[in-house]
Write a protein that binds this ligand. Sequence first.
Ligand code: 9MR
Ligand code: ZN
Length: 536
Amino acid sequence: MFQVFVNQVGYYPKSKKTAIVCEPCNGFTVEDMKGNVCYQGQWTDFGMDALSGDHVYRGDFSDFEVPGRYIVRCEQGRSAEFEIGNQVYDRLMYDVMRAFYFLRCGCALEKEHAGVYTHAACHTGVAMEWDNHDVKKRILGGWHDAGDYGRYVTPGAVAAAQILYAYMLFPDVFEKQKLNIPETGSPLPDVLSECKWELDWILQMQREDGAVYHKLTTAQHAPFVMPEEDREQLYLLPVNTVATADFAAVCALASRVYRKHDEPYANKLIFAAEKAYHWLEENPYFISIQNPRGCGTGGYGERDDLSNRYWAAAEMYAATGDETYLNQTVKMRKLPFPRLALGWGEVGGLGQMALLTSQYAVEQSILQQIKNEIMQEAERLEAVANHCGYMAAMTEYDYVWGSNMPLMQHGMTMALADILEHGNRFKETVQKQLDVLMGVNALGISYVTGNGEYAYNNPHLRPAYADGIDACMPGMVSGGPNRHPSPRDGSANWIKPGTPPMKCFVDRYECYSLNEITIYWNSPVVFVLAALMHKR
Ligand code: 9MR
Ligand code: ZN
């Protein structure tokens, strides 16, 4: 561990750059890799930071703008190496996107694209309905959800949607991006090829009548084996209104995004979305989600389906321009759901994104209301960030299982506020959230594998453990600090009671409540990076 904390990937030349140290010392230097002192600065005393328990000193070196590779040094020690440059996040974005490729299911990962992280085709067996073993379906594809090998519709829809919204809002970032995936070289932008892998899977999760299965998993999580060695029976878990709504939403959204590249595919998507939506209308009551007895894979339960139906209606309107959907959307706005949540469960904010990006007219008063809500929330988040020594827009209650998700989603909200204002007011604070993820945090750790001199490396991720290779595949975003670590995953051996929230983390593979990875922890990082890389 280093004593001085910086964003271990680095900064754009003109970005705000802040190093942090937790003991008093006399100034700092920025040194290049030859040890030349390139810049000298002073620490300012922030005082005690409640959520880390640290006395924080900040060293600002924003006006040092010369591209290169550096460390920050002071009498307490040094920082990890980092870069200042105009392409500083290209590699990080590449890795964070390629993580989805590494999670592909139903195909082999070949050396050409996967390097040393190859494996044979996995989960190719025939699945049967949990409640009716006579109904059998062979469904290939999709991304493994996380450290486990399950494939779940709602988190899958959310992860793909966040990437698709990023593509819509920041197309310049992705147009020419090459991800070295099997589809690279095809006319479709690589990011859309990667999302198509998930969408093609999700399409198969729809039943004839339009309803959508909740998940496709084995009865219990597999042991820590390679995916192709997980040969237990696959099951389709019962359809419900939440999965069906999220399905409709993401398919409608995808039909908008893919239309200019692939008309027949867009038509197929919107047809499936309409069918799902129709089923929703015929099933107006929430169908709850519970793991049936004997099934121990991810629950992804939700308390209601209100925000999911709202997102679906809004996306159906944005994709078709059909007024009936708009009227339903407007009605649903009166329902009690969190306005700006970005998933995995509550998705009201994705509904707002649908309306904000719609090509078809939405009443000005509604757009204004959404804008006000987003601005207010962005201001709140900025204030929270200013209150934190590390500038994380995180309250105590955000340090949950997968806290890097709220961290990045808060970045998303502030980035959205800037888009709506056609300005840069929150850009600095968005950047800070990335800085926190990449090392400006109480443990000085980078929460993205392979990125940063002191990056975590032992996620709760089956192939990363089972492949026997020391270095984890790059680009995997850890769940991060959780002030309520699970009593069942060994975390208690490492996190003593009373540990400050920001320090409730350990880089151990068994500690799933602290150090798992999931697709919907990677996807908001894609969004935040795209916001920062936009128009550079
Ligand atoms: O991300 C989910 C987190 O918000 C919940 O608190 C946690 C416990 O229910 O479950 C997480 O989701 C897991 C899912 O159930 C199965 N795949 C791995 C996910 C990440 O741990
Ligand atoms: Zn698989």
